[in-house]
Design a protein around this ligand. Structure first.
Ligand code: CAA
Length: 264
């Protein structure tokens, strides 16, 4: 998602520094951006090279007006990024997280500027989906929330504000839906194709819950369910055992080539 976020921010005329210490990650992000921008250019979008010219990979966190963090859904990894960003970015900079479920308040507590820490949650594929869920931590200021909602608008997105409760609004609703679809599959209620056909044609969803889980990443789905389970304290949010088993098998969805479906 980091690549998609960098793409829409650069597309709005801003300069973006892309940082990921994992080998090859920024190259993969840039390749995905190039592909997506080419698709948009075919439909009259701007010049891909112009947008890509505003995106520069960097070797470490650098000074900027805004950080948008999009690392793995692991609280300790994210807190570490926020601690380091707090030291690297100017005091007035906003530190935002694209987290799907990690409490914004705990990321804010890892910094010396909790009033300037906020959730800026994009949706996959970022260049296409129009929502940004804006999540206020306990101490997020009105100015920070207004700045991020304003930026979302300038990126062509619609902001919607949620409070910092487990899963916020989006994943409080979406993940139990996906998890229930996996229970239906595990219990033999229907084949994956039938489950997804029922959701696409029956509820007019653009894709079914199992195909969507493959798009999001099954490891991310398990991580989000675990946050809901622990945070809301009810077993109805426990990740379905089949979802866990697919992750154990390395079937992570599109990114690994196989999840509920195969991708070539
Ligand atoms: N970049 C640019 N354009 C893209 C694109 C990308 N990465 N992906 C798709 N598009 C464009 C296509 O070019 C196409 O444009 P036109 O209609 O103008 O031709 C349009 O989007 C639709 O794409 P496709 O025709 O390829 O396929 P589709 O109609 O099946 O749509 C989809 C694909 C946009 C992914 C659609 O199925 C969809 O919206 N699915 C639901 C996605 C969703 O629910 N995402 C949220 C996941 S939750 C999340 O991200 C957050 C979380 O916390 C877990």
């Amino acid at each position: 998602m980091g690549g998609g976020i960098a793409q829409v921010v650069a597309g709005s005329g801003r300069r973006v520094s892309l940082y990921d210490p994992y080998p090859g990650a920024t190259d993969r992000g840039l390749a995905a951006m190039r592909k997506s921008l080419a698709r948009l250019a075919e439909k009259g979008g701007g010049d891909p090279d112009e947008v890509l010219g505003r995106v520069g990979p960097v070797e470490d966190l650098v000074a900027a007006d805004l950080m948008i963090e999009a690392v793995v859904e692991d609280a300790s990894v994210k807190e570490d990024v926020f601690r380091r960003a707090d030291a690297a970015l100017p005091a007035e900079a906003i530190l935002a997280s694209n987290t799907s479920s990690i409490p914004i308040t705990s990321l804010a507590a890892a910094t010396s500027r909790p009033d300037r820490v906020i959730g800026m949650h994009f949706f996959n594929p970022v260049p296409v989906l129009k929502l940004v869920e804006v999540i206020r931590g306990l101490e997020t200021s009105d100015e920070t929330a207004a700045a991020i909602a304003g930026l979302a608008g300038e990126l062509g997105k619609t902001p919607a504000e949620a409070r910092d409760f487990p899963g916020f609004v989006s994943n409080r609703i979406l993940m139990p839906f996906i998890n229930e679809a996996v229970w239906a599959l595990m219990e033999g209620v229907a084949e994956p194709e039938a489950i997804d056909t029922i959701a696409t044609l029956g509820f007019a969803h653009p894709m079914g819950p199992l195909a969507l889980a493959d798009l999001i990443g099954l490891d991310t789905c398990v991580a989000i369910m675990e946050v809901l389970h622990a945070g809301l304290g009810s077993d109805r949010y426990a990740p379905c055992p089949l979802l866990r088993q697919y992750v154990q098998a390395g079937r992570l969805g599109r990114k690994s080539g196989r999840g509920f479906y195969e991708y070539r």
